[in-house]
Design a protein around this ligand. Structure first.
Ligand code: AMP
Ligand code: MG
Length: 304
């Protein structure tokens, strides 16, 4: 267990201690990024507004802030006070009133985060959480460590963010399942891939049903301060970078299917599978050969 999820590391390496080294690194990153960890960089920043941070925190935060700008603010780690207010941290779920949301919204905005060397600052009343990107960053760190040590094959499942490194021992591509939103123990289909990171964000992962009968998921729209009520139930992103896949899976959820496709055409550095509320699996062009649909109650639609 790390970063609030179950992880599994399957590594083929001449060094039998390799998986333990990766585990140690993931635990170190978890201790830095955990928003409620006693002495984590993120918890210290949120309580004091100014810290001298570990190099990994500086690297992740600066790369995340650059992505927030590229994604027009659909990704924004400073929505954390709202994530808390909706009850997603203490699991005491509630629908805040409009005035509370507006007041907290005035204390969000990624551009207010300051980085100067190893000094990170946040204005009074702000707080952040790297939960949308930490697993992707950890996957990249592990992949780099494996490359350095000469290991050629690994499947790292960091709870919804999966790094497929090299090939399976037999030489075939890895297969990564895409969870069935109705039954996350099952898969609607799978992707075969090699040297890619696959990240999924879904509204079925953490949600509650309000007194008004509506379902509220754990991904917030930074523009409204409320859980996204879009056309998507899950987004899976495939790219060369764990951080990019993880950041995009969250941001595309916010942007919705049309916004996701627009970004796909503009960027050209990722592929996706979006499951919509209408039961359609939108599969981007570059994945049509590697995605296999298993559950025929979903309708597959190739998009470019
Ligand atoms: P993920 O499961 O990778 O999509 O990350 C979702 C987590 O990131 C949530 O549990 C929140 O803690 C946080 N979060 C929610 N909405 C956003 C957002 N729009 N941008 C950045 N982080 C978010
Ligand atoms: Mg994410």
């Amino acid at each position: 267990m790390a970063m609030d999820t179950y992880m599994s590391l399957r590594v083929s390496s001449p060094d039998p201690g390799e998986a333990a080294v990766l585990r140690g690194e993931i635990e170190r990153l978890d201790r830095l990024f955990s928003p409620d960890g006693e002495n984590s960089d993120v918890a210290r920043l949120n309580s004091s507004g100014k810290i001298t941070a570990d190099g990994s925190t500086v690297e992740l935060l600066s790369r995340t802030l650059a992505l927030c700008a590229e994604l027009d603010g659909a990704l924004d780690p400073t929505v954390f006070p709202l994530v808390k207010e909706w009850g997603f941290i203490d699991k005491n779920y509630r629908i805040p009133d409009r005035a509370t949301i507006d007041s907290l919204l005035s204390r969000t905005g990624y551009s207010a985060v300051g980085i100067d060397g190893s000094q990170i600052t946040l204005p009074e009343g702000f707080a952040l959480d790297l939960g949308a990107v930490a697993k992707g960053y950890a996957a990249d760190r592990c992949a780099a460590m494996l490359r350095d040590s000469g290991a050629e094959s690994a499947l790292l499942n960091l709870g919804g963010t999966v790094a497929a490194i090299g090939k399976k021992n037999g030489g075939a591509d890895w297969t990564v399942g895409i969870a069935d939103p109705e039954n996350s123990a099952d898969y609607i289909g799978y992707l075969s891939c090699s040297d890619r990171t696959v990240a999924t964000s879904g509204s079925y992962e953490r949600y509650f049903v309000g007194d008004d009968g509506k379902t509220y998921c754990h991904i917030l729209d930074p523009a409204t301060g409320a859980p996204v009520q879009g056309d998507i139930v899950s987004v899976t992103v495939v790219s060369d970078s764990g951080l990019l896949s993880d950041a995009l899976s969250t941001a595309l959820f916010v942007k919705g299917a049309d916004g996701a496709n627009k970004l796909y055409r503009e960027r050209g550095d990722f592929e996706y599978v979006i499951l919509t509320k209408d039961g359609v699996a939108l599969v981007s062009e570059g994945l049509t050969d590697s995605f296999t649909l298993k559950n025929s109650s979903w309708r597959l639609e190739a998009v470019k």
